[in-house]
Structure formats: structure tokens, C-alpha cells
Design a protein. Structure first.
Length: 271
């Protein structure tokens, strides 16, 4: 099987009555981050697909061209699944949340219309440099399998994080193939990762303020939570901006291959 398999998945979405915002470990500090990420990628990933397909004719390496195609096809599956779960979150009624999502949608439309290919490919690479590290960390903690994590949300994010690891090299490789400009790449790591973090923080603030009234202080984001979030973002951001950074250097644990086989077996189809 190709190392970047394209799986067609169908995850069961919980009923609205089952939804509680603290669905990862029963903690707001993690759950709101994952909700914000889910809302973000549902709009980012169509942007990724459109941006990379625009430059695909410029790719001169046939193996890389296939990897880019498979990367895009994986991403298309991701946003389709996240859209279904996001409808559940948005249906929970958070004043201001849909408006913030619309601002994000407008952002990506603007980037498609007004920025050039180098900016867009650099933006994609900057995002992927962050998510590869986040995916390895999340799957290593076991939090997505924890008894206090809702199993349907846990499975969704586990599958998504697995595929982030499977296609971890593609955005870096196409950027290097087409441009290879280190300083510009480092700048785009900052731009993309700040863009994502700002959206997630805004979503967290909107949701937490509502949920404290609905569910109590367990939904409050504390100063300690904010500090830990700041530190957890700083390390991967700095690492991805270093001159010697390459996702090819990551050592992928053996359990990732087992997880890959597990989801391929669960998929409606795998190519």
C-alpha cells in the first residue's frame, strides 16, 4: 500500500443531546483547542487543495506529484468529516461563533484571490510544519483514547492526526521543489501558525464565556491554561522556523503503522 493512503471514512456524529463542550479529557483547555482546530481545518483544507492543485502542473518530479495528489485527497476527506462534526458544535448556539467562522472563510477567499502561489504554498507548509508536531504529540499522550474523551470525537481526531503524520513531508517537499527560499519559508511558518492560533483563541473565548454560564466553572479558561497554551505553541513554532528543519527527520513510532492499518481496515475504501 502507498505510504499516503486515501481512506473514505464515515464517522458517526453524536446527537445534539449528547454534546458536551468538554469532550476531550473532560477539560476545557484541551477541548476548546480541538474544537477551534476542527472549525479551522474545515475551511483551511479546501484552501490547501485549491492552492496545491494550482501549482501541480509545475511539479517536475512524478513521485512528488503523486504524493501531492494523495495529500490533497486526504485533506478533502478531512474537511468533509469535520464539517459534519462542526455542524453539531455550531448547533449548540454560541453567539458570535458563526460570525467568526465567516471571517475565517473570507480570509481564505482573500488569500486565494489576492496572494501568489509562493505565499499560498508557504502558508500550507507553515501550517503542516506545526500539525505534524502536534499530531505526534497528541497520539503519543493517549488522550484521544482516554475514558473521559468522547469516543466519537476521539476517533475523528485520531484518524486526522494519523493522516497528518502520513503526509507530513509533502508540503515541505513541494515548497522546496518549487521555491527553496528558507527565509520566506520561516516567515510563512510564523504567518500560518499565528493565523491558526488567533482563530482558535477567539473560538475558545467565545465558547468558554457561554459554557461557564451553562455548565459551570469547569469551562473557564484560567491564566495557567493560557500560559501553558503559549508555551506549547512556542516550541513547535520555533522548531519549524529553524534553518535545518525538515519533517523527514522525525522518527515515527511503530504504533503509527498499527494505527494506520487499523483505520484502513475501518475505511469504506482505501486506495
Amino acid at each position: 500500500m502507498h505510504p499516503i493512503p486515501v481512506r473514505r471514512m464515515r464517522f458517526d456524529v453524536p446527537q445534539q443531546s449528547e454534546f458536551h463542550p468538554l469532550y476531550i479529557l473532560g477539560k476545557g483547555s484541551v477541548s476548546y483547542q480541538m474544537t477551534g482546530l476542527g472549525l479551522y481545518v474545515a475551511l483551511l483544507e479546501p484552501f490547501i487543495v485549491k492552492s496545491l492543485r494550482r501549482v501541480l502542473p509545475q511539479v517536475r518530479d512524478e513521485a512528488l506529484k503523486e504524493n501531492v495528489d494523495r495529500f490533497c485527497r486526504q485533506e478533502a476527506q478531512h474537511y468533509q468529516q469535520h464539517e459534519r462534526f462542526n455542524a453539531l458544535v455550531l448547533g449548540h448556539g454560541y453567539p458570535g461563533l458563526e460570525a467568526r467562522v465567516q471571517v475565517l472563510r473570507d480570509d481564505f477567499e482573500r488569500l486565494l484571490e489576492q496572494e501568489d502561489d509562493k505565499f499560498r504554498v508557504g502558508f500550507v507548509e507553515g501550517f503542516e510544519a506545526n500539525t505534524t508536531q502536534g499530531a505526534l504529540f497528541l497520539l503519543g499522550t493517549g488522550m484521544l483514547d482516554h475514558p473521559d474523551t468522547h469516543p466519537r470525537f476521539g476517533e475523528l481526531f485520531k484518524w486526522h492526526m494519523l493522516e497528518e503524520i502520513e503526509h507530513r513531508n509533502v508540503a515541505f517537499d513541494i515548497y522546496q521543489h518549487l521555491y527553496g527560499d528558507y527565509l520566506y519559508r520561516a516567515r510563512m511558518c510564523w504567518v500560518a501558525q499565528h493565523h491558526m492560533a488567533k482563530f482558535i483563541d477567539d473560538c475558545t473565548a467565545i465558547m468558554s464565556a457561554v459554557d461557564v454560564k451553562r455548565h459551570g466553572d469547569e469551562c473557564r479558561i484560567t491564566l495557567r491554561d493560557r500560559f501553558e497554551r503559549l508555551i506549547s505553541r512556542a516550541v513547535p513554532r520555533v522548531r519549524s522556523m529553524l534553518p535545518g528543519y525538515t519533517p523527514h527527520a522525525y522518527k515515527v513510532p511503530a504504533r503509527i503503522a498499527r494505527l494506520s492499518a487499523q483505520f484502513s481496515a475501518l475505511a469504506e475504501s482505501t486506495t
